[in-house]
Design a protein around this ligand. Structure first.
Ligand code: COA
Ligand code: MG
Length: 277
């Protein structure tokens, strides 16, 4: 499953689900958690289930409420027979949360945890590997953690993350790769600032994220472009692979006056795999 862009749609907005499915997002995340007021949860569950029962051409995830909320069981009961492609698990706390949700699912439904939303979660970020084949990525959030620890904000005046949230982001990035699954960047809330989004997504890709969540239709093409290798990148990667193919047994070579060795070859091969998807 290719996951460059994952677009959130509130679970109580069925007309937006229909619109969202016509966009180029790789996946939708129908939200039953923070985007839906408590009194609307039953209506949202019904709307999400109805949408899932229609034929679909896009992967559909459902963000359930946290396992500890007392709402998750009803969320799953409402949507499971409609076979969502995946469940997004908010406030996840490592292997224990993953194993618990795994035990509540029956079919081939995948799991995408939001792995940085509580203080305790930060200390579990290395534990996601080897628990279940359902794990299809790891993502993070910069909104709930500051609220959980009484921080005023996660951001500097220029929009960049303060030090604690740079740490959280980096640990999720390494946690995902340690578990062998894609790292998915968090949302860019200022949905009218598409230049800022492009720069943010480019930094994510540079750092090792391979996809990103979106909140608004206008963000989807920007995110898809940012996480799709460009023609120049593909050409450069091919040259690296060819250089090693032409020099069997060589550990280190030069390309355009720069040293290339095993990590460059590995990165080039990974980029070509991404481009082929
Ligand atoms: N999915 C599908 N369609 C969406 C959409 C979404 N997430 N967000 C906006 N749209 C549609 C609107 O319905 C509108 O369609 P129309 O032109 O046919 O009327 C169009 O895009 C423009 O919307 P706009 O007026 O720019 O936005 P808004 O002020 O109505 O909504 C948000 C802004 C943030 C409330 C909305 O984008 C949204 O609900 N995003 C998802 C929020 C969410 O799920 N958050 C939880 C995780 S962080
Ligand atoms: Mg939240």
């Amino acid at each position: 499953m290719r996951l460059r862009s994952l677009l959130f749609v509130p679970g109580d907005r069925p007309e937006r689900m229909v619109k969202a499915a016509q966009l180029e997002a790789d996946a939708l995340i129908l939200d039953l958690e923070d985007a839906v007021a408590p009194e609307n949860k039953p209506r949202a569950r019904a709307a999400v289930a109805a949408f899932l029962h229609e034929p679909r051409r896009v992967a559909v995830f459902v963000r359930i409420n946290p396992l500890e909320s007392g709402l998750a069981e009803d969320d799953l009961a409402a949507v499971q027979s409609a076979a969502p492609d995946g469940i997004v698990l908010p406030k996840a706390e490592g292997a224990a949360s993953l194993a618990r949700l795994d035990g509540m699912l029956s079919d081939g439904t995948r799991i995408l945890p939001i792995a940085s939303e509580t203080a305790a979660a930060i200390f579990t970020l290395g534990t996601y590997g080897g628990v279940t084949q359902r794990l299809c990525g790891l993502t993070w959030g910069a909104e709930d953690l500051p609220a959980a620890i009484g921080a005023a904000t996660a951001r500097e005046a220029d929009g960049s993350y303060t030090a604690p949230y740079q740490v959280a982001r980096a640990l999720v990035l390494f946690g995902a790769h340690a578990a062998g699954v894609p790292a998915i960047e968090t949302v860019y809330p200022d949905f009218r600032d598409l230049d800022g989004l492009a720069a943010y997504a480019a930094r994510g890709r540079r750092d090792g994220f391979t996809g990103m969540m979106a909140i608004h239709p206008s963000q989807v093409p920007v995110i898809n472009a940012a996480f799709t290798p460009s023609a120049d990148e593909i050409a450069h990667a091919r040259r690296i692979v060819e250089a090693f193919a032409e020099n069997p047994g060589a550990g280190t070579l030069q390309l355009d006056g720069r040293m290339i060795d095993a990590p460059h070859l590995k990165a080039a091969q990974a980029l070509l795999t991404l481009a082929a998807e």
